[in-house]
Design a protein around this ligand. Structure first.
Ligand code: ADP
Ligand code: MG
Length: 713
């Protein structure tokens, strides 16, 4: 296919330029070239008169510093060079000329390329000039304008919208300017006219959507004749990008639903009912009930469940997980739950043992700390089926852990794990077990739609009743005293305090010494209380010991680096102090804050930072003070950092392969294309119909090109 053709064979490219394009813009094929769209278009429909310039020049942005290529006003003039007034010698002594259209005079200035200019531009020749208007020494002036010879009467053919490509300077310096680039695009478009069609969307979808052909869309996006045509072509291309992104994830799910049966858990049995009626320590929230109903429907359907349970920190995911486990047990299957850290695994283990103590259920804990005979016992119990619920860290997925009949696996804090680990859990039984993954990192809906094509999503969007909202306050270092008095107030009524120091990139040492200093300061400031230090360089055992002391209330103030981020549940801790809060990202701040406010007491989050903050940092801290709603924070994070950086995508190291469309700005197109993909898959989940041949081939190419992307879901 023409779009896959090596760029070096395109007219005007050659090996040298091909290398440059590949290196700077990852452009390898004709398709890559065409998918790199202009950053803007310059309206060349209007030709100005020099006498009108003073009216335009009054605009403020004319006097911008001129470094930003986008600022300033581009104008087009039609006239002639009268004479060259300065011979160019150097940057300090630029070449100058006077240009007129009969209504006034402007100055043209060149700082380099003098020979070329002398050779190319002639006096008394009609030129169409395009340049950014500036004022220099009180005169209108254009530096390095574009000049094209246009004979009288032929001006019409030169007007229209001209593409401008934002190319890195390294390319421009070596001759690939925006103008040269647009020439290459023209050559590529000519090829498309001659060769067979390049359509990869099913023809009937193009028809239904009233889209132009793909070749026309490329032409419209690069060289539109009008703004409407441009937008129309652009939408067609964005739609196609979203289409394959989603087809990629949704098709796997569709194929799986067709082919892969799951265990069917038809019963709600003794254990579930007994626990619900006699041992549940509180009423479930409506949101918890709704999520549980969705899970029950999945488990009864006979199709393997693949569900994401999203719920803010403290929203009560654990109890939903527990009920899900009980459903599996009632139907005669074993279960496991995997947590990202030993501390968390131990906490789940303790919670389950406590809640289930009256029921005939055997729970076991398997982490790296469990060794020797004890480990052998557990492995044997898992293999024989005596152990019903296995709680652990990624030790669970080791090959030596063999279940008798694993029917359900739960992964807590899923964003901490890679997809590979999830896949390994699948293989723990001949038929893949049902999978429930849980996360407290809310993913904005739009992003979830693209990323988790094959995961169904349940959301616990309600906190258990009686929670007092966490009050978040921002203090500068100078206001330390106020922070200190708040902390000592809480300590005096028996509450506990977390203090967190940031990880300083590239300097583990500094990071540590920071927390160590902090530890000393807190120990000095609060001599009557027990202060302990926790940091990443301690061994797992030492870390656990310190955390355990905090859990047991043997420590009042826990000073730490960010190691405590995930999951510890200490309801008596009511103050979270985050030092140098400006260094943390929004979702991390939110996670940290979630460590407090877990009991019935009012809690506080103190954000301590220096005084002068970047606009972004200021915005983050303001957001934290304004809201505790995880979804709102996730949306804000997406706005501030863009989809490539929000947590969840970042940690899985995934790059969303979009060149034209934007998940944030193009949500309506995203939805349209998702609907189209779904309709297609309902009809033909394996893409085997003849009308889907080209679409199928493009899907295969997409998967080859972005293996990591298809792997996430
Ligand atoms: P997370 O979603 O962050 O994992 P947890 O499951 O740890 O949250 O729950 C946080 C706390 O809320 C726990 O102490 C739990 O017992 C309590 N909890 C959960 N659901 C409810 C409820 N419906 N009513 C009251 N308390 C609840
Ligand atoms: Mg949890």
């Amino acid at each position: 296919m023409i779009l896959q053709q090596d760029i070096s064979y395109l007219k005007g490219v050659g090996p040298e330029r091909a290398k440059l394009l590949q290196k700077e813009l990852q452009i390898r094929t004709v398709g890559d070239l065409l998918w790199t769209l202009p950053s803007r278009h310059i309206d060349r429909n209007k030709v100005h008169k020099i006498s009108d310039l003073s009216a335009m020049a009054s605009t403020d942005n004319l006097f911008g510093d001129g470094r930003d290529e986008r600022s300033g006003i581009f104008v087009q003039l039609y006239g002639q060079i009268i004479n060259f007034t300065d011979e160019g010698k150097s940057r300090k002594h630029p070449m100058k000329a006077v240009f007129t259209d009969g209504t006034g005079y402007v100055e043209l200035v060149w700082f380099r390329g003098f020979k070329f200019i002398t050779r190319t531009y002639k006096v008394n020749t009609p030129y169409l000039l395009l340049g950014r208007l500036s004022v220099f020494n009180g005169r209108y002036s254009f530096s390095h304008p574009e000049l094209e010879v246009v004979k009288d009467g032929h001006i019409e053919t030169h007007l229209g919208l001209q593409p401008h490509y934002a190319l890195p300077e390294s390319l421009q310096k070596r001759g690939i300017t925006s103008r040269v680039y647009s020439g290459l695009v023209k050559n590529a478009l000519k090829l498309l006219e001659q060769r067979p069609p390049i359509e990869v969307l099913p023809q009937y979808i193009v028809g239904q959507m009233h889209y132009m052909s793909k070749a026309e869309a490329f032409a419209a996006a690069h060289f539109p004749r009008s703004g409407t045509e441009y937008l129309h072509g652009l939408e067609r291309l964005k739609f196609e990008e979203f289409f394959f992104l989603q087809l990629n994830t949704l098709q796997e799910a569709a194929a799986r639903n067709q082919q892969r049966n799951g265990f069917r858990f038809p019963y709600v049995g003794q254990l579930f009912n007994d626990f619900y009626t006699h041992h549940l320590p509180f009423d479930l929230t409506e949101a918890q009930k709704r999520c549980l109903r969705q899970i029950r429907t999945d488990l009864g359907s006979g199709i393997q469940m693949n569900r994401l349970l999203q719920g803010d920190v403290g929203s009560g995911k654990t109890i939903v997980a527990l009920f899900t486990l009980l459903l599996a047990l009632d139907n005669g299957y074993q279960t496991c739950i995997m947590a990202p850290t030993e501390i968390l695994a131990e906490q789940h283990y303790a919670t389950f043992c406590h809640l289930l103590k009256a029921l005939p259920i055997r729970v076991a804990l398997l982490t790296g700390n469990v060794k020797g005979a004890q480990r052998q016992d557990i492995l044997a119990g898992v293999q024989s089926g005596e152990i019903h619920i296995l709680v652990g860290t990624h030790a669970l997925i080791e090959p030596r852990v063999v279940f008798r009949n694993l029917g359900l696996a739960i992964i807590d804090e899923q964003h901490r794990f890679g997809v590979k680990q999830r896949a390994l859990l699948w293989k723990k039984n001949i038929r893949p077990p049902h999978i429930l993954v849980m996360t407290a990192t809310p993913i904005p809906r739009t992003l979830a739609m693209t990323l988790y094509g094959d995961l169904d999503v349940s959301v616990i969007d309600e906190l258990p009743p009686g929670r007092k909202p966490i009050e978040t306050l921002h203090y500068s270092f100078e206001q330390e005293r106020e922070a200190t008095s708040l902390i000592s107030g809480q300590l005096s009524i028996g509450r506990q305090v977390y203090v967190v120091y940031p990880l300083i990139e590239h300097s583990e040492k500094m990071d540590l010494s920071n927390a160590q200093e902090g530890y000393k300061v807190f120990a000095d400031t609060f001599p009557d209380y027990r202060v302990e230090l926790l940091h990443g360089r301690m061994t797992g055992q030492n870390k656990d010991a310190v955390v355990q002391k905090f859990v047991n209330r043997e420590v009042d103030i826990l000073v730490s680096t960010t190691v405590i981020e995930v999951g510890v549940n200490v309801p008596n801790a009511t103050v979270m102090v985050i030092m140098e809060a400006q260094r943390f990202g929004l979702s991390q701040l939110h996670q940290l804050r979630g460590r407090v406010g877990r009991g019935g007491d009012k809690s506080f989050c103190l954000l301590i930072s220096q005084d002068d903050l970047s606009a972004d940092a200021e915005q983050r801290l303001l957001t934290m003070c304004r809201t505790t709603d995880g979804f709102e924070i996730a949306e804000e994070d997406l706005q501030l950092r863009g989809p490539g950086n929000v947590q969840g995508t970042q940690q899985s190291g995934i790059h969303i392969p979009l060149r034209v469309a934007s998940i944030m700005a193009d949500t309506p197109i995203l939805e349209k294309s998702r609907n189209a993909v779904k309709a297609l898959l309902d009809k033909d989940p394996l893409l085997s119909l003849p009308e889907h041949r080209a679409t199928y081939q493009e899907l295969i190419r997409t998967r080859e090109k972005h293996p990591d992307f298809s792997a996430i879901s």
